[in-house]
Write a protein that binds this ligand. Structure first.
Ligand code: GTR
Length: 408
């Protein structure tokens, strides 16, 4: 795939070029990029205190109001847990595994059931273990192990799906590096389709129509796993990570920006409305209009108002603001070279822009000025990044870098 980069060229020219020539054309117009340091009133961030007391809350409120909608409020629900499988030694004696059913009840006593699957290393002596929280497509899809319960919430859960996403869950590698995982199916929290989403959001979450999208509910799902993690004596509370791929990567980023118990945000190929800079135009990449059309229920109604502004390059915000809002906690963005829809370079550029804020806060980062080659990874400092060969996916190679990142 050839990609041509123009520094600043008229939008129409870029579209025509990509159509006529049949290859990707990418541009970024630095002049018009909304400044993370300048608030909506025009006031500039002059001190660290300005950032934390004014600008960061303003950004989070903006994304809440205009993009994702408000997350459910944990205090509005009650939580109960039932052990489905007590601590069991697995993986040739290397790991403990537990399965716990979490019951979330609203104040009308309706209950939602979520199955949590937990692994942690035996070697660590059950103390100070860094832990990843991960949303998946069904716990049973992560391994071929028939002891793992079939997902309860998914419409068409079938035995045949068992292990179908095991490539995304290199549990032995995770355990060997001394880390633990708490994972659950994202659709246990709310279904990933328009009709059922609407049904559950109004009946269970009591969310007014169109005011909150699924990404906010999944972000809250990460927080529910963090709540559970903090009740486990084996974890290191300073090393709680969220990890998400693509749609759950978007949710993981929103979770990290809104929940300060999350120390590490591992954002894998989150693309549009995740860690991708909209101002980095790439003719092959997803636009706000496309995502709003394909997945209207992921976002709130206001977000639809930004379709045209994105096309005309005059959005009043961009996603580097959201990445920056994770500070002072750490953020890692990973992309795959052939994930054209997700715009790999657009994600590097967004992180690079967010890095300016980290540096302003005095938090050390080591990102290079240009996007690194595949095979190189920046796993130290507050902002991590790698690009790997291949397609849209979460693979062992990605996990290996996140495992280094969480160790610092
Ligand atoms: C796509 C969507 C992407 C990404 C992806 C996924 O179809 O357009 O933004 O979220 O789904 O989650 O795999």
């Amino acid at each position: 795939m050839i990609t041509l980069y123009f520094k600043i060229s008229p939008f129409v020219v870029r579209i025509y070029l990509s159509m006529i020539l049949g290859f990707s054309v990418a541009t970024i117009s630095a002049q018009s990029l909304p400044d993370v340091f300048i608030g909506f009133s025009g006031e500039k961030v002059k001190s660290i205190e300005d950032w934390y007391t004014k600008r960061q809350p303003e950004i989070v409120r903006f994304f809440e109001k205009e993009v994702y909608g408000q997350r459910p409020v944990t205090n509005d629900f009650s939580f109960a847990y039932k052990i489905i499988e007590a601590e069991t030694i697995v993986l040739k004696g290397k790991a403990y595994r537990k399965q716990v059913r979490m019951f979330i009840s609203n104040n009308h006593h309706d209950t939602l059931t979520v199955d949590l699957l937990i692994y942690y290393p035996v070697k660590s002596g059950k103390m100070n273990i860094p832990v990843f929280t991960l949303l998946n497509y069904g716990n049973h899809t992560l391994t071929e192990d028939t002891d793992i319960r079939l997902s309860i919430s998914k419409l068409y859960t079938i035995e045949k799906e068992r292990g179908s996403f095991k490539r995304r869950f290199p549990i032995e590698t995770i355990i060997d590096s001394g880390c633990g995982v708490i994972t659950s199916c994202y659709e246990d929290f709310i279904p990933d389709n328009d009709i059922q989403f609407r049904r559950t959001s109004s009946s269970f979450y009591a969310i007014p129509p169109d005011s909150t999208g699924a990404i906010s509910i999944w972000a809250w799902a990460y927080s529910c796993m963090v709540d559970f993690a903090l009740q486990q004596s084996f974890i290191d509370p300073k090393k709680i990570a969220v990890i998400g791929q693509s749609r759950t990567g978007k949710a993981a980023l929103w979770a990290a920006a809104t929940d300060d118990r999350i120390g590490y945000a591992c954002i894998n190929e989150s693309g549009n409305s995740g860690a991708k800079l909209n101002f980095h135009y790439d003719s092959l990449a997803e636009t706000i209009e496309q995502i709003n059309t394909g997945f209207p229920y992921w976002f709130n109604k206001s977000y639809k108002g930004y379709n045209q502004m994105d096309i005309q390059r005059n959005l009043p915000f961009d996603q580097h603001w959201l990445i920056a809002s994770v500070a002072p906690r750490r953020v890692y963005v990973a992309v795959a070279k052939e994930d054209y829809w997700g715009d790999p370079e657009g994600q590097f550029v967004a992180l690079k822009e967010a890095e300016k804020l980290y540096n302003f806060l005095g938090l050390k980062t080591h990102l290079p000025s240009q996007m690194p080659m595949s095979g190189e990874a920046i796993t130290s400092g507050y902002c991590g990044f790698h690009i790997r060969e291949g397609k849209h996916d979460l693979l062992t190679e990605d996990w290996k870098q996140y495992l280094k990142f969480i160790k610092q």
